[in-house]
Design a protein around this ligand. Sequence first.
Ligand SMILES: Cc1ncc(COP(=O)(O)O)c(C=O)c1O
Length: 365
Amino acid sequence: MLYLDNASTTPILPSVKDEMLKYLTDYYGNASSINNELGNISKKAINKSRFYVAKLLDCQLDEVIFTSCATESNNLIIKGVVEANINFKTNRIITSSKEHPSILEICNYLKNKNISTTYLSVDEFHCICINQLEDELKKGDVLLVSISWGTSERGTLNDIEKISDICNKYKVKFHTDATQVVSKIPISLKKYNGITYLTASGHKFHGPKGVGVAIIKKKGLPIIPLIHGGGQEFNLRSGTHSVHNIVGIGKACEVALIHFNKNKQNITELERFLKFILIKKYGKNIKFINDVPHKIPGFLNVKINVNLLDDSKKNMTITSSKSACKERKLSITEQAKLKNDGFKVFRLVLHPYLSFDDIKNIELN
Ligand SMILES: Cc1ncc(COP(=O)(O)O)c(C=O)c1O
């Protein structure tokens, strides 16, 4: 079986698992119990993880808030900003029609709280148009812009530098969901200083499930937490730290930093090889629908004529067509439409630890 659904989740690295295991066995202290040795060991481990997250994203240590997943981070940032800052003058969110459900469903929910949302249209690659964003910002009533860095169906990259500059120009806070791009492209929150908030998730880059990060810049608007309690994460998120998971995401960041260049080279070569194999197999009957320079390395989006798909090869390659949350929500009519169109769309997402041998016999169904 070949697993190419790495936009949905990635396998955990052995070095990440080994590091985590220590905090599931011997080092079980509560990181807030600073008067005992075990508590201190956990606290130090969390500090170390925070250091590697901040280093990978090029931000300050106290801007890193550990959460349970990217979905929680998106909720914390968007609902938190709205709840703390809504007023009669600025009461609009700008996002795009192709965001992950964890953005779209929040905006939908906020309709009942007198927050309106403008959904920017996107091009065929699911990227927004900067001029349309600027036209909306000129109206002067925008509280927050939320645009993903990497789009989750096409795997393309929005022009975050330009969006960051334009949000700076209009003095509007900008949140980017970077869940699909962390560890795959260089990210510097110091360089793109128009980004006020950023979201990431451990399981998308060889860390564990159940841990995410919300980057909340100090110059950001005030935020009301989602979860109230002991205030463990700089009073922005409460709950006893999930030490093993936080250790896991920290280790995944450390590995991503150390191997960044090598991994980029591996994934570029793997992608070239996969394209070669697919063209050899399907010739003109395969269309690469995200074949642009501004895309996530290792992320292929292809369309294949259904007549060429061999039913006997079912489950030999694990793929998807859109985000796992969206696939779960596909209506029966949408599923029928996909079949009737006579083609099938696949997201083929590699990771850098695969080999040519792993992918050379790819079979799609
Ligand atoms: C862009 C984006 N945002 C958010 C999420 C949700 O991530 P999590 O599973 O950590 O909640 C995903 C997962 O597919 C995603 O692709």
